[in-house]
Design a protein around this ligand. Structure first.
Ligand code: IDP
Ligand code: MG
Length: 149
């Protein structure tokens, strides 16, 4: 089973989208194994988005992601990384398909409501950056055998 790191970004929290976003992942069949509301400190944000350092939107991105509380989560399931990316929609919400989180709720790439890891390697790195091992909870959902053959 794959794991991915998901965040409801500060705009998503302020716009009361936590429940809607969690609900979309939950009903898809993914299992939440960690969740916390967290105001990400600047040093963690800089490590989180290190790949974007030097880009024109980088300073704005760090200010955005540290501007208020976010909801940080780990979700687990079959092909969790790509499944969450599909549910999120494109980075630029103006191009994101209706039916995706960004397509339904966001307008601008600088306020795009949700983060999801882009690969299993990114997921591992991001989970380790935001969570301790003991915060990842091992349990079985009662519908597990109805979700995967
Ligand atoms: P992703 O979140 O879809 O993986 P990335 O290219 O990894 O997109 O960019 C990380 C984040 O940086 C985006 O989610 C968005 O918040 C921000 N970002 C990316 N491109 C732009 C831009 O052109 N203007 C403003 N913010 C941007
Ligand atoms: Mg990315």
């Amino acid at each position: 089973m794959e794991r991915t790191f998901v965040m409801v970004k500060p705009d998503g929290v302020q716009r009361a989208l936590i429940g809607n976003i969690v609900s979309r992942l939950e009903r898809k069949g993914l299992k939440v194994i960690a969740m916390k509301i967290y105001r990400i400190p600047r040093d963690i944000a800089e490590r989180f988005y290190a790949e974007h350092k030097g880009k024109q939107f980088y300073d704005g991105l760090i200010n955005y992601i540290t501007s208020g509380p976010a909801v940080c989560m780990v979700w687990e399931g079959h092909e969790a990384v790509s499944v969450v990316r599909a549910i999120m929609g494109k980075t630029n919400p103006a191009e994101a398909q209706p039916g995706t989180v960004r397509g339904d709720f966001a307008l601008h790439p600088g306020r795009n409501a949700i983060h999801g890891s882009d690969s299993q390697a990114s997921a591992k790195r991001e989970i380790n950056l935001l969570f301790n091992d003991y915060e990842l909870i091992d349990y079985r959902r009662i519908d597990a055998e109805w979700l995967v053959e």
